[in-house]
Design a protein around this ligand. Structure first.
Ligand SMILES: Cc1cc2nc3c(=O)[nH]c(=O)nc-3n(C[C@H](O)[C@H](O)[C@H](O)COP(=O)(O)O)c2cc1C
Length: 187
């Protein structure tokens, strides 16, 4: 029996990401963003509260960001980046990083996967700037690239987020093959 919880946003869990930017003062900043999505095969979305004024202004001005998936080893640092404010604390040393030609999208060296992205569109919804991003480079730890050259998310085990109980969830178990297990479906 289902119970109606009303207008509860139920679309969780979502991947936890760390978004990297370079603030106007030149300092690298990292913030945790879990309201993310896929908007098209080669486009993704990050939803940034306009209240994160320094980061939001930098993201908009730079026109580029990095978006990293995270694993369990990174979790404490990731959570810290979702608590600490770049306006008050220097988060630039939390993750060792480098840059590619996008210049203002810090690549987290130890992230299992890090995309450097260009902003192609901004959609304002309430107090959020939803940035639609196009990945330019996707850097993946070699151990998570399988023999077919594909990203192996089962062994990467990216961490997910849910807003009801404020938990991080770990992934890793394969439940079935897509476009395949349905073939056995019997009406
Ligand atoms: C698990 C988690 C998920 C978060 N997801 C988002 C999000 O999707 N959008 C957002 O604007 N802030 C999100 N935040 C909050 C920001 O990461 C947080 O306010 C951070 O301190 C902002 O950093 P800044 O002030 O340096 O920009 C999240 C925080 C946590 C811990």
């Amino acid at each position: 029996m289902q119970k109606d919880l009303g207008e509860v946003m139920g679309l969780y869990p979502t991947p936890v990401t760390v978004v990297g930017t370079v603030l106007e003062n030149g300092r690298v900043n990292f913030l945790t963003i879990a309201h993310v999505g896929v908007t098209e095969h080669k486009r993704l979305l990050i939803s940034v509260d306009k209240g994160h004024a320094l980061s939001d202004a930098a993201i908009a001005k730079n026109g580029v960001v990095s978006v990293s998936l995270v694993n369990r080893e990174m979790l404490e640092a990731v959570d810290y980046c979702g608590i600490a404010k770049g306006a008050k604390e220097d988060k630039s040393t939390v993750f060792a990083h480098r840059f590619d030609e996008l210049e203002k999208a810090p690549i987290i060296e130890k992230a299992p996967l890090c995309m450097t992205c260009r902003i192609i569109k901004t959609v304002e919804v309430g107090s959020f700037h939803n940035y639609i991003l196009q990945p330019v480079h996707t850097y993946v730890q070699e151990e998570y690239i399988n023999e077919k050259g594909k990203i192996d998310y089962a062994s990467m085990k990216p961490i997910l987020f849910e807003f009801q109980n404020l938990n991080y969830l770990e992934t890793g178990a394969i439940a079935g093959k897509c476009w395949n297990i349905g073939k056995n479906y019997k009406k």
